[in-house]
Design a protein around this ligand. Structure first.
Ligand SMILES: O=C(O)CCC(=O)C(=O)O
Ligand SMILES: [Fe+2]
Length: 309
């Protein structure tokens, strides 16, 4: 019997350690490259994000989603030109062949003073004490920016590019946290998912799951099977979005995945979507400047999943 496939688990700490040898760093880059080519997904440890920051953001999920629904509705993403804020239960349809997603969510981006456009504007903060929401969220957001930068470096190095190709792409980057709450499923309809089948829209996603609360499934085409991803404290799941697949001509894959809440009770998770500079075209290949910008691509997919325009 062939062993069951699993998403590779990679310790990236040698890459982050200034005193590690070039060989040790290259080994990490090679492992990341191989996971992105075969699965489009990896699990990472040794990532440098403090445990308190991870626990803090998961606690914010409970704090936010426990608020009365009227209070959450006041923060609807539909009120915000930048589309920050609250997604009510069953508001998003990630798979149009399935039922609406059995989840609620809350988007937080970089705090801007005024509305600049899609994904770039002020956040809609709930009325909660600074220390119980905005402060831990902001701290976590900044850790994600640092992690994204390191991951992107490994991705470009894996394809033989110098790190400098990232210079303009990582300038003023758009990045969004999404707090997610999956209640226990009440429907037994086989078309009901917590999150329907989809690929992520942007560049890379860094996903934090509530430890022990499983639900993420990744489609592995060679075996035509869904791989169940474990949920282990201090381990991130990283995946490539559509843009990276397009920019690398498929060398790194953007893989279909979905969520079925297997926890038996509430499940919280926090994906962080790193999109990069919104006017970028192809940071992996400066000669390929055809096609859409990051903003055009992400906006189209986002709007379609919420039935906006
Ligand atoms: O909650 C999860 O485990 C994954 C969520 C996801 O795939 C997404 O929000 O794009
Ligand atoms: Fe996703």
């Amino acid at each position: 019997m062939t062993p069951r496939k699993e998403i590779p688990i990679i310790d990236i700490s040698p890459y982050l350690d200034p005193s590690a040898s070039p060989e040790a760093k290259k080994k990490v880059v090679d492992e990341v490259k191989s996971a992105c080519s075969q699965y489009g997904f990896l699990q990472i440890v040794g990532h440098g994000v403090p445990l308190e920051a991870q626990r803090g953001v998961l606690k914010c999920c409970k704090t936010l989603f426990d608020l009365p629904v009227e209070q959450k509705e006041k923060l609807s993403l539909k009120n915000s030109p930048s589309r920050h804020g609250y997604e009510r239960m069953k508001e998003q349809v990630l798979d149009k062949k399935a039922l609406a997603d059995d989840k609620e969510g809350f988007y937080i981006g970089k705090e801007e003073e005024y509305a600049k456009g899609f994904r770039q504007g002020p956040n809609q903060w709930p009325t909660l004490p600074l220390a119980s929401f905005r402060a831990p969220i902001t701290d976590y957001y900044n850790h994600m920016l640092t992690l994204a930068r390191s991951l992107l470096e490994m991705l470009v190095l894996g394809l033989g590019h110098p790190i400098s190709v990232l210079d303009s792409f990582t300038q003023d980057p758009v990045q969004n946290l999404k707090l997610l709450h999956y209640p226990p499923h009440t429907s037994k309809d086989p078309k009901q998912f917590g999150a329907g089948e989809h690929t992520d829209f942007g560049a890379i996603t860094m996903l934090l799951q509530q430890p022990g609360k499983e639900g993420l499934q990744v489609y592995y085409a060679p075996d035509d099977e869904w791989l169940h991803v474990p949920s282990v404290e201090d381990r991130y799941v990283v995946n490539m979005g559509d843009l990276v697949q397009k920019w690398t001509n498929g060398a790194y894959r953007s893989t279909v995945h979905r969520v079925v809440n297997a926890a038996g009770d509430d499940r919280y998770s926090v994906p962080c979507f790193y999109e990069g500079n919104f006017s970028a075209k192809n940071p992996f290949n400066p000669d390929d400047q055809s096609g859409e910008t990051v903003e055009e691509h992400v906006r189209k997919k986002f709007d379609s999943s919420y039935g906006l325009k």
